[in-house]
Design a protein around this ligand. Structure first.
Ligand code: SF4
Ligand code: SF4
Length: 333
């Protein structure tokens, strides 16, 4: 393993930031999220940032193309392709796993989203191994290892007074070769300590949910949801978007922006029909999408147990309670 005295981290990040943008966890605008590193910035290591790194691959709003007309001529304007090299430094294994799921959604099954691909291809992941579970974590329910991420370029370990770094990919090895880089030395990764506060029983998933679509359990399950969409915006896996135009006479642009299946107009069609007319159908869709539809399509759950939705839902509609209630219903069917 390579080790770096914690006092040397700014120099290491400065060297890493030469020619690329390095995103680090920090407080910004009253929120914790990944922001571009700059000298003097205070890094936030307490817990997983509230805003996940998905916005770095899949921005909240993103111009698809701009246009300008001149008489009968139409000119398509350039857009930000996201080709500049980047590093996300200090994301957790659950968010790295979520990035892998987003890769499946945006880059597989015969459809490649070029805007997502360019950002993803140019981004290295330096993943911080967790040492203890957070107050709403349950990543192990889905078979994830809180100390490891297969898609990391570099693993980062908190060794107390030092950071430990271990290359997982050749690109990660290159990051270690910086002038202000860490030195190679015998050191052990720290043990993970503590019990997970939450758990989802997944033995019955996804097959047990197939007969549950019309079950009366949904008549109660949805009732306290406010339809605010907080859960979906904070989720590192949720990826619904809308496409809108901003037209100003002879010029404008078309953009996509995050949307939420928890909103009443998400499935509203131009003719007025809505296949998910009430919160019951929308709540059912959210949970079945994560626990049944995504595993059926991608072989992975649409949840990585990061706990953000559990912590931030204003009415505590907790996915672990929902999933475990569904497990009870399946077991008693
Ligand atoms: S559903 Fe909730 S716990 Fe699961 S990944 Fe999304 S925000 Fe995290
Ligand atoms: S955060 Fe809670 S109340 Fe808001 S839409 Fe999600 S489940 Fe419903």
């Amino acid at each position: 393993m390579y080790v770096l005295d914690k006092s040397q981290l700014p120099s290491f990040l400065e060297a890493m930031a030469a020619g690329r943008t390095v995103f680090v966890p920090a407080e910004a605008g009253g929120m914790t999220r990944f922001v571009p590193w700059q000298a003097g910035i205070q890094l936030y290591w307490e817990e997983n940032p509230v805003i996940s790194p998905k916005e770095l691959f899949f921005p909240q709003t993103q111009v698809l193309y701009g246009y300008r007309t001149l008489g009968q001529q139409l000119e398509i304007l350039s857009r930000d392709e996201g080709n500049s090299p980047r590093v996300i430094f200090g994301l957790r294994p659950c968010d790295a796993a979520a990035t892998g799921i987003m890769d499946d959604v945006f880059l597989t099954k015969g459809y490649e989203d070029s805007l997502y691909r360019s950002r993803r291809q140019n981004t290295l992941l330096v993943v911080l191994a967790c040492r203890r579970p957070g107050p709403a974590c349950f990543c192990t329910s889905f078979g994830l290892d809180p100390t490891r991420a297969d898609n990391a370029d570099l693993m980062l370990y908190d060794l107390g007074a030092e950071w430990g770094l271990e290359a997982v990919s050749p690109a990660g090895q290159d990051l270690l070769a910086k002038p202000a880089g860490p030195v190679e030395r015998q050191a052990a990764a720290p043990e993970f300590a503590g019990d997970f506060p939450l758990e989802i029983k997944v033995d019955h998933l996804p097959s047990g949910l197939r007969p549950m679509f019309r079950h009366q359990v949904w008549d109660i399950m949805y009732q306290k949801c406010l339809g605010c969409g907080t859960c979906t915006y904070l989720c590192p896996v949720c990826h619904c978007f809308d496409i809108q135009s901003h037209n100003r006479g002879v010029q404008g642009y078309r953009y996509r922006c995050w949307d939420s299946c928890m909103f009443s107009d998400y499935t509203l069609m131009a003719g007025g029909a809505n296949p998910r007319p009430t919160k019951k159908e929308r709540v059912r869709n959210r949970f079945l999408h994560k626990l049944q539809f995504m595993p059926e399509r991608y072989g992975k759950f649409g949840c990585v147990g990061c706990g953000r939705c559990v912590l931030k839902c204003p009415v505590n509609l907790d996915i672990t309670q929902v999933a475990n209630r569904l497990a009870e219903v399946v077991a008693n069917a």
